[in-house]
Write a protein that binds this ligand. Structure first.
Ligand SMILES: Nc1ncnc2c1ncn2[C@@H]1O[C@H](COP(=O)(O)OP(=O)(O)O)[C@@H](O)[C@H]1O
Ligand SMILES: [Mg+2]
Length: 231
């Protein structure tokens, strides 16, 4: 992997080349136990949804899988690298270049216009903005507006465009269509699915909306501390 291949402490564990991410025996709790010994594998060209009732730990699990939160027990491997063993510098490289994390609240630069937000991603990643993507996300007509002038849904789609411009290998998305009407939500999901297929990337989506979840290849539910496969 670009940039982190020199890590000597990386544990060689994955033999199957199509496995992008492997979560092994993940256990976590805050005030009460959330999940125990969760196992999850994400392959390239695969989309996975995680569903479950509010407060069951979906966002917490996604934060762990995407390297933002160290679990109480267990490990997460990207390719051959145990991500919680990486140095801070390598971890930042992983987050910047390989993981695309779409949050519930979008982190856009508020002092800048929509297009400037995209140009920052273009500059940092060296990838050109895909004009067709902006059209499909229906934000091509608001590019000169300030972030504060955009609706919640437009901000959400802009942050998705920004993250796809980075060309991440894995998309982690927490309720990415939460501010959108049903039709726009489906269209945005289709953009994400096409991205995954075209780039041979992977996606882990957290949602409480079953119909969006079942558009994914596999669906898991957090139930009684365990991850139960429901599709
Ligand atoms: N940083 C934190 N500190 C303490 N408790 C937390 C923290 N993050 C989440 N929780 C608690 O963990 C539980 C699961 O939260 P979350 O993962 O956000 O659930 P979901 O996304 O399924 O709604 C909730 O009870 C929440 O209050
Ligand atoms: Mg949540």
């Amino acid at each position: 992997m670009n940039g982190i291949e020199n890590n000597s402490s990386a544990t060689q564990i994955l033999s199957n080349r199509s496995v992008l991410l492997y979560a092994k025996q993940i256990t976590h709790n805050f005030d009460y136990p959330l999940f125990e010994n969760i196992e999850l594998e994400l392959h390239s060209n695969e989309t996975i949804a995680i569903i479950g009732s509010s407060g069951c730990g979906k966002s917490t699990l996604l934060n762990i899988l995407s390297s933002l939160l160290a679990p109480k027990h267990g490990n997460v491997f990207y390719e051959n690298y145990n991500i919680f063993d990486l140095s801070q510098k390598k971890l930042l490289e992983l987050r910047r270049n390989i993981f695309g994390i779409i949050f519930q609240s979008h982190y856009l630069f508020r002092g800048f216009s929509a297009i400037e937000n995209l140009q920052i991603a273009e500059f940092l990643s060296g990838n050109a903005i895909d004009k067709n993507l902006l059209k499909r996300l229906k934000i091509d007509h608001v590019l000169d507006q300030g972030i504060g002038e955009l609706s919640g849904g437009q901000q959400q789609r802009l942050s998705i465009a920004r993250i796809l411009t980075k060309k991440p290998k894995i998309i982690f998305a927490d309720e990415p269509t939460g501010n959108l009407d049903k039709i726009t939500a489906k269209e945005v999901m289709n953009v994400l699915f096409e991205y995954v297929a075209y780039q041979k990337a992977g996606m882990i989506l957290v949602t409480h909306e079953d119909d969006l979840a079942f558009m994914c290849d596999k669906v898991y539910q957090i139930n009684d501390l365990h991850l139960e496969r429901v599709k």
